[in-house]
Design a protein around this ligand. Structure first.
Ligand code: NAP
Length: 485
């Protein structure tokens, strides 16, 4: 990644103070980074609530985008999504705009921060895919009573995040990567991450690779978190287990993160804008300071990163903390805590094993849209999603009549994923959205034949969604409903 170097030889970083407590945590991190001697200069830009209020629906103004395009590195305070103004989150806009596909969330036991896990040596990193999955936000009301969210997982996205996880492990001298998925249930989507992980892992023989089912991963994280080193996972799974991991070491006030892409890196605290504390000089800036430490390593400023981290941890170990940890009586204000850290430059905590950090090699993965090419493919049927208040038998008979003589025959009807026609013994509580599977009756159907089928169905029933059933290289590229043969 190429950085923007100013005439005075400093690396330019876009600083977005953000909303609520954002300006206070950003000011703390800025002062500390400057005091560390890191060769960094700031370009301050806006995003979030004030921008939404001006009527800009993305929450991110053009000059902020231009600055990030130039600097490629951002240190960002929390951004509020004001209810009723911006429907989109400015955070999500930034992640998507700059394709920061990897979210890195370290959770490490901190000196002086007592939790039920203190002394266990929790030291793990969740590497979460950051732009795909259910969080792509592609949702439809298929009927007035049935909603759908598309879970999109690409082979390219999986390859990028898996390689990033292994590269990150190498950069931090870590030895194990767990891939956590729900591939036992979602064999195609979650399974794609598992298969990609298993294909790529042999390229990193120096790192142990394991697969773990995500629900057991959550269980193990609570039971024996010290067994984990790096965990790579899909977007929603990662969202949940990374917050869980933060809670093991003191909560969101101590949780830093990096959003990494091939071109841009955005460093931010995990917590939000905590508006009730805005301007009160009481909040804990640790999470953004630790995010700034990650940023300094990203910029190759390893010595400055060690200075800041050492001083911050020594301050925590001395029991000099903000109100969220110390309570009202003995708390330092945000600014006094910041000064205490600067005063501790050169110190290290007594119980902390320093890592040997190396520069992170951001994976280079082809940008070709058709990342996976499959020369041999054929259409073998079609799923038509139909809205109807009929029962399964009545609907089944109707669809059989309507499709008689077409290029398709009705194979079965499912409701909420369970086959209900031909009739089974399943006690399914049906809703008015039916997924009707038609097989090709004679050879590969043409598009005209597909549309003819849909027209016939549409004459009697509402339909809202159509999906071709394909085979790639002779293998079914779709799953079967519960109870389907
Ligand atoms: P929040 O801002 O994280 O605050 C929730 C609670 O966490 C606070 O009331 C406070 O707990 C504690 N807290 C958070 N940060 C703290 C800090 N630095 N020091 C001490 N305590 C801290 O979550 P929210 O109230 O759900 O969200 C508020 C706004 O932030 C929303 O508009 C949301 O969209 C946005 N948000 C932005 C980001 C981001 O920019 N990445 C992330 C999350 C949320 P106590 O009340 O117990 O003291």
């Amino acid at each position: 990644m190429e950085f923007h170097v100013t005439p005075s030889g400093n690396t330019l970083v876009t600083l977005i103070p953000g909303d609520g407590i954002g300006p206070e945590v950003a000011e703390s991190a800025r002062r500390i980074v400057e005091a560390s001697g890191a060769k960094v200069e700031w370009e301050e830009r806006r995003a979030g609530a004030s921008v939404f209020l001006e009527g800009l629906a993305t929450g991110v103004p053009e000059d902020t985008i231009a600055s990030i395009r130039k600097t490629r590195v951002v240190l960002k305070g929390p951004l509020e999504t004001p209810v009723g103004y911006g429907e989109k989150s400015a955070n999500v806009t930034l992640r998507k705009l700059f394709e920061t596909y990897g979210n890195i969330r370290p959770a490490r036991e901190l000196p002086g921060i007592v939790t039920p896990y203190t002394g266990r040596g929790v030291d793990l990193v969740v590497v979460r895919e950051n732009v795909e999955d259910l969080y792509a936000g592609i949702e439809h009301m298929q009927t007035p009573g049935v909603a759908q969210c598309l879970k999109l997982i690409s082979r390219k996205g999986c390859e990028k995040i898996v390689r990033l996880a292994f590269e990150f492990a190498r950069a931090e001298g870590r030895t194990t990567v767990h891939c956590a998925t729900k591939s036992n249930i979602m064999k195609l989507t979650e399974g794609l991450l598992k298969r990609t992980f298993e294909e790529i892992a042999p390229e990193y023989p120096d790192i142990e690779a394991h697969h773990i089912i995500i629900d057991n991963c959550a269980h193990q994280l609570v039971k024996r978190p010290e067994q984990f080193d790096v965990i790579v996972t899909t977007n929603m799974n990662g969202d949940i287990i990374s917050d869980l991991s933060s809670a093991l070491v003191g909560g969101l006030g101590f949780a830093p993160s990096a959003n990494l892409g091939s071109d841009v890196a955005i460093f931010e605290a995990v917590h939000g804008s905590a508006p009730k504390y805005a301007g009160k000089n009481v909040i804990n800036p640790t999470a953004l300071i630790l995010s700034a430490v990650m940023m300094l390593r990203h910029l190759g400023e390893f010595d400055a990163a060690a200075t800041v981290e050492g001083a911050l941890l020594a301050t925590l170990e001395q029991g000099r903390t903000t109100r969220d940890i110390a309570g009202d009586e003995n708390a330092l204000s945000t600014t006094a805590f910041t000064e205490a850290i600067i005063g501790n430059f050169g110190k290290r905590p007594t119980v902390w094993k320093e890592r040997e950090y190396k520069p992170l090699a951001i994976p280079v993965v082809s940008s070709a849209p058709d990342f996976v090419k499959e020369p041999e493919r054929r259409v073998v049927g079609v799923d038509v999603f139909v809205e109807s208040s009929l029962g399964p038998e009545e609907l089944g008979k109707s669809l059989e009549e309507l499709s008689a003589g077409s290029a398709f025959r009705l194979k079965g009807i499912s409701n909420r994923g369970t086959v209900v026609y031909p009739l089974t013994h399943a006690m399914t509580d049906c809703v008015d959205q039916w997924f009707c599977r038609f097989s090709a009756a004679n050879g590969e159907p043409t598009d005209t034949e597909v549309f003819e089928l849909v027209n016939r169905i549409g004459a009697k029933h509402r339909w809202m969604h159509l999906e071709k059933l394909q085979e790639f290289h002779g293998e079914e590229a779709y799953t079967k409903a519960q109870g389907e043969s």
